[in-house]
Design a protein. Structure first.
Length: 482
């Protein structure tokens, strides 16, 4: 295999098998977009009603999930991308069924950990796979397109998820849609039959996620893996002038090559930034419902518009990287979010001051915050894969997950026992997040800007040089034969 990622044989030709796998991943990730539209929105409100302690301590369970995800990532180089996607589809669907058929807390908690692990695997496999199976000159574009693909379908499901729940609820209760929507705006006060039917309405939406997760399984079966896709070949190690043995956690050299200064700096940046984001992003539906008391159908519309903004932001990723560089794009996107994060806790006062409803004001601010925050997400995914060689990428992702789970566990304790003890905590979280954003971008500028800001341009130039060298060799060989 050539040292140029995403190509095989002549380095200028995209391997047809790679192309097939990439396009199948687009279909699979679209289906998972629908699943995520349920799990990140409707299902959170459902779980808040049947297992409220799980939601307030969400980051603790996410940390546990990350332990399993780290182990799975570390093992990808053994069994490949296809097997991971096949099993992730099946287990994701099965764990969603648990939420429908039981409300026993410990069973629901286990199912939540399992579901979080295997739904998230679809988010972490494609950077590993695309780093190998797409041409380097177009890698950021593919990162951009795959995220847009997922978000498009996530936005559709998010938009309709709450509305479907309200519509089902109106039918079960034999009341109008407007009356059902009014009841959903204060769901924590529902009791008896009203609450039971509202939970059944949420379950109807979760069934949709089950069907789409199961559909992803059949497309994953169509993918074709070879060992060279996820294990570095002898030729590739020779191209780096490093005749080392294959990757192994047991070797001291592995740890030295994995935890370089640049990798450590990247992990610090990601976790400072992620700590702030995780205080807010998972709790958007609850913040809107419990703190701002916006009715459930409107919450779905706001979250869907936020997802559309992410979708639009991704379109700017390639242009942003070309103009500002990889690190510059991250700094710009995160920096522009800070003032919007500071506005979020004051949405009620802002809406009153300008004479516009809280729902509209919230929708507008969240739309811009989401679009700006995600402009550089494809750049971030592509940049992170440039920090280590192919054999080390699963371990790199796994190590990042383990570090993240430690941060998530501490964050979960903080949210459950300190921050979210009252509804006001959901607003305070935005001030803390803004502070984390400031620290993270200053740190990133000081540590990685000089070396990595134009990394994509240098790697693309290296691929172009390899193409030219191979073409020259072919011409010389043809001349010699003549």
């Amino acid at each position: 295999m050539s040292s140029s990622a995403g190509v095989s044989g002549p380095v200028s030709v995209w391997n047809p098998r790679y192309k097939r796998n990439v396009y199948l991943y687009f279909i699979i990730y679209a289906l998972l977009g629908v699943v995520t539209g349920v799990t990140n929105n409707t299902m959170e409100n459902y779980l808040d009603l049947i297992a409220p302690n799980l939601i307030t301590g969400m980051m603790i369970y996410s940390a546990i999930s990350s332990i399993f995800m780290a182990w799975l990532l570390a093992e990808i180089h053994r069994f490949g991308y296809k097997q991971m996607l096949v099993w992730s589809s099946v287990i994701s669907a099965a764990s969603l069924l648990v939420f429908i058929f039981t409300r026993v807390f410990w069973i629901v908690a286990i199912a939540y950990v399992v579901n979080s692990t295997f739904v998230a695997m679809f988010d972490v496999v494609y950077p590993l796979m695309f780093a190998v199976e797409t041409p380097r000159a177009k890698r950021t574009k593919f990162f951009q397109y795959i995220m847009i693909d997922n978000l498009f379908f996530q936005a559709i499901m998010t938009f309709f998820g709450g509305k479907i729940a309200v519509k089902v609820y109106s039918g079960l209760m034999h009341i109008s849609y407007a009356a059902a929507g009014a009841l959903s705006s204060n769901e924590e006060s529902l009791r008896g039959l009203q609450l039971e039917k509202w939970l059944e309405s949420y379950q109807a939406v979760i069934w949709i996620a089950v069907v789409f997760a199961a559909a992803a399984f059949f497309f994953a079966l169509l993918m074709k893996d070879e060992k060279q896709d996820y294990q570095e070949t002898d030729e590739e190690r020779a191209a780096r002038h490093e005749q080392k043995e294959k990757f192994s956690w047991k070797k001291k050299e592995t740890w030295k090559r994995l935890f370089t200064r640049d990798v450590i700096m990247w992990f610090i940046y990601v976790n400072i930034n992620g700590f702030g984001a995780s205080l807010c992003l998972p709790y958007f539906p609850i913040f809107l419902s419990h703190f701002l008391h916006i009715e459930r159908g409107a919450v779905s519309t706001i979250i869907a518009l936020q997802t559309v903004a992410m979708f639009l932001g991704y379109f700017l990723a390639d242009r942003l990287e070309k103009k500002f560089g990889s690190v510059g794009s991250l700094v710009l996107a995160v920096g522009c979010c800070i003032p919007l994060m500071l506005l979020m806790p004051n949405l009620g006062s802002i809406a009153h001051a300008i004479g516009i409803s809280v729902t509209i004001t919230t929708g507008v601010i969240l739309f811009f915050r989401s679009g700006i925050a995600n402009m550089a997400s494809p750049v971030s995914g592509s940049l992170s894969m440039s920090l280590v060689p192919k054999d080390y990428r699963p371990a790199f992702s796994s190590a990042g997950t383990v570090i993240g789970l430690c941060v998530s566990f501490l964050e979960g304790l903080f949210t459950q026992y300190v921050l979210f003890t009252t509804n006001q905590g959901y607003a305070t979280a935005y001030y803390i997040a803004a502070g984390c954003y400031v620290v993270s971008i200053v740190f990133l500028m000081l540590t990685l800007f000089k070396k990595y800001n134009r990394i994509s341009r240098r790697e693309a130039a290296a691929v172009a040089a390899a193409v030219a060298e191979e073409a020259k060799g072919s011409q010389e060989q043809a001349g010699a034969s003549a």
